[in-house]
Ligand binder design. Structure first.
Ligand code: SF4
Length: 374
């Protein structure tokens, strides 16, 4: 069974009527400003609408235009992004804002091809900006429309495979309504988010059910076909807060490292240190066994030229990055030697932690250090 394009006019009409009634009032929908639409679309990648709304409002209040974003320091942009994760998105929007300001005189490009030249703007984001802000026909495929299109056309291939993507983008090009592409694309996304949900889609309430291959075949649960999930790998990592005269050493992660541009305590993975952890684990305020302390000190010295004495365990934070499940051992220690500050190494008092952009675990650890001192 294949999607019948003879149904297209009816599908557009039904979808439009449904959207008029059901569209959510979201801050980035109240505007045709390409800057706001761009920021919201980048934030919404990998993040839910509910989580994005407060970040978006706060970000736009601080950086209300592309010029103000371009003029800001990267540290401040990252600080406003903190908590959203996937920080390359924030570094890229900062670079793109600077390019739009310097090469386009602050005026957003209006074509997909020009937008695709900018850092962090892929085919979906370009299509969203062009159709939502400039009301020009452009195809979009993101998580919600991917699922919706796959079900409408009864896609039997893995939706993320090259062939699956080719079919979905071809379908998106064909269905977009040339008369009102912005509203049409937003309606498709909204239908995917609210009705054609990943599990238990509400087919009985769906305005395009009459045209849906998956529904007619009873295959909503099997489509879109997913690739097998990668196996989870367990990792032990260490975060050492080296203290000297009431200040703690923060290091800025360089380009090419995870969380580039963010600051953190001295963080590393080291198999030899992991092997020295007591089997029963460590408890808060435990002194660290001598061999482990010596190993941690020497790895810290290799990394930041400062070792540590009197290591104390604070807590274990567990978090996931892609397929890695990380058990982060957070420790404090007294710095063994003085060390000069550099561009990427700073001695920071707990009262100043707030002004540095930190990773999620870095921020949690910083708060524990503050609490420990109260
Ligand atoms: Fe999705 Fe069901 Fe609508 Fe098909 S009928 S598009 S599966 S909600």
């Amino acid at each position: 069974m294949a999607f019948d394009f003879a149904n297209l006019t009816k599908l557009r009409q039904r979808l439009n009527a449904w959207y008029q009634q059901h569209a959510r009032d979201l801050p980035w929908r109240r505007t045709g400003d390409p800057y706001r639409i761009w920021i919201s679309e980048i934030m919404l990648q990998q993040t839910t609408v509910t989580a994005v709304v407060p970040f978006f409002d706060r970000f736009i209040t601080r950086f209300p235009s592309v010029a103000e974003l371009a003029a800001a320091e990267q540290d401040e942009v990252l600080r406003y992004w903190e908590g959203l994760g996937y920080y390359s998105r924030a570094r890229n929007i900062h670079k793109t804002a600077q390019i739009i300001t310097s090469q386009y005189q602050g005026v957003f490009p209006q074509t997909v091809d020009e937008l695709l030249e900018l850092p962090g703007i892929g085919r979906y984001t370009a299509g969203a900006i062009v159709s939502f802000a400039f009301n020009r026909p452009a195809a979009i495929v993101e998580a919600n429309t991917l699922r919706l299109y796959a079900r409408l056309i009864g896609l039997t291939e893995n939706a993320r495979s090259t062939g699956g993507q080719r079919e979905l983008w071809a379908f998106a090009e064909q269905v977009v309504n040339p008369k009102s592409p912005g509203a049409f694309n937003q309606a498709l996304m909204e239908l995917g988010a609210l009705v054609c949900t990943p599990t238990e889609p509400k087919c009985a309430d769906c305005p395009v059910q009459f045209a849906c291959c998956a529904s007619h075949l009873g295959k909503q649960a099997e489509i879109p076909v997913q690739a097998a999930r990668a196996e989870v790998t367990q990792v032990v990592a260490f975060s050492v807060a080296l203290e000297q005269d009431g200040k703690y050493l923060l290091r800025k992660n360089p380009e090419g490292e995870r969380w580039a541009g963010l600051w953190d305590f001295v963080r590393f993975e080291d198999d030899a240190a992991a092997a020295l952890l007591p089997k029963r684990g460590l408890h808060a305020e435990d002194s660290v066994p001598a061999k482990l302390a010596s190993r941690l000190s020497s790895v810290a010295r290799e990394r930041v030229s400062v070792g540590g004495n009197d290591f104390r365990f604070v807590t274990q934070l567990t978090h996931s990055v892609t397929r890695y499940r990380i058990r982060l051992q957070c420790l404090v220690a007294t710095a063994s030697t003085a060390c000069q500050e550099t561009e990427s190494l700073r001695w920071v008092s707990p009262a100043e932690f707030e002004s540095f952009p930190l990773s999620v675990t870095g921020r949690k650890f910083a708060k524990l250090i503050e609490r420990r001192l109260q």
